[in-house]
Design a protein around this ligand. Structure first.
Ligand code: TK8
Length: 339
């Protein structure tokens, strides 16, 4: 009897060692090479999370499925990659939901200024029924949305002058994403808004083709915008998500097990990415100041004025995404806030 008990840990260890590879073999997984494109640099929150995604796809597939990471918009800006996914010429990508609005109008929900107040609300809304519903809308357009990553709260930078009040924005040539809500919002605020793909942004600022832009602290730091932008204004005017996408054409050819690998790895990458992004964002402002940026914190009264002006775009967003989804979002947010 004693002998038997003593043998148990050994058997258990042997069992694990034998069963794990067997289980991977029993799965319906073929060798797969997946091109995964993204816009930011390798040394960015986006690049780091892409690496975590790749590691986990490889691990969960027993080394059979591999991601080839292609960053720095080498496969083109977000909109070009989206089309490549739809056509089946590229397998995966991560990019801004804001650039997807031309394909799936419901994505405009995430462009709503001041919709989300903090990361707790962001996670609950994006990972909840509303986030799922918007994500599911992609399928009829040839895309599969796996998870939302955090791009983050966007802040304003420019090379012209400190922006301490709304009027200071007047006439500033401001690059916005290729998205009508952003375009309208910054026009309403008095800026001369111009849509440009992210891949052209740094050069546009460097050559003074534009004076300014808006992005989360993380990107202002990792993309070295501080080299060409002197002034930063803390506006937090919108919480912007990224979304991890798979070509539906490609997805339809995958087995159930292969899909499960991608889905599981995506969730792991999401959790890593949000934590990493938040840690970096928390330290970034100090770092940006040390790089020479002059930071303006808007007074609550000025933020209030900005909010008031921007509520003008809400009616348009509600019409575009549909009143039902808009109302469901407001109800969901109320629920989240009451918790
Ligand atoms: C990266 C972009 C970027 C976005 C932008 O491809 O365009 O300003 O914030 O993150 O999607």
């Amino acid at each position: 009897l004693m002998k038997k008990t003593a043998r148990r840990p050994l058997l258990a260890a042997l069992g694990l060692a034998l069963i794990a590879p067997l289980a991977a073999q029993a799965q319906d997984i073929k060798p797969r090479l997946i091109r995964f494109g993204y816009g930011l640099a390798e040394a960015s929150n986006q690049g780091r999370a892409a690496k975590v995604l790749a590691e986990n796809v490889e691990k969960l597939s027993g080394g059979k499925m591999k991601l080839r990471l292609i960053g720095g918009a080498a496969l083109g800006p977000d909109t070009q990659m989206q089309q490549a996914l739809i056509g089946g010429a590229q397998e995966m990508m991560v990019g801004s939901t804001a650039t997807l609005v031309g394909i799936t109008k419901e994505m405009a929900l995430w462009d709503t200024p001041f919709l989300i107040n903090n990361t707790k609300e962001a996670d609950a809304l994006l990972d909840g029924p509303v986030g799922d519903k918007v994500k599911a809308k992609l399928e009829e357009k040839g895309l599969v949305g796996l998870v939302y990553w955090e791009n983050g709260f966007r802040n304003l930078t420019n090379s012209k002058r400190p922006v301490n009040k709304l009027e200071d924005l007047s006439g500033i040539k401001l690059r916005v994403m290729q998205n009508n809500v952003y375009l309208d919002s910054f026009k309403i605020l008095g800026a001369n808004a111009v849509p440009l793909p992210y891949s052209e942004l740094f050069t546009a600022m460097e050559t003074n083709a534009v004076d300014g832009q808006e992005n989360p602290y993380n990107t202002i730091l990792s993309a070295k915008f501080y080299e060409v932008q002197k002034y930063l204004t803390v506006t937090n005017h919108v919480y912007a998500p990224w979304i991890v996408l798979v070509s539906k054409k490609y997805w339809d050819g995958l087995s159930k097990d292969e899909r499960a690998v991608l889905q599981k790895a995506a969730v792991i990458s999401r959790d890593f990415e949000r934590k990493d992004t938040r840690e970096e964002a928390a330290k970034a402002l100090v770092e940006l100041k040390s790089k020479g940026m002059q930071v303006s914190e808007l007074s609550p009264a000025e933020i209030g004025r900005m909010r008031d002006k921007l509520t003008k775009v809400n009616a348009g967003i509600a019409t575009n995404v549909g009143m039902e989804l808009w109302n469901e979002t407001q109800a969901e947010l109320a629920k989240i806030r009451a918790k």
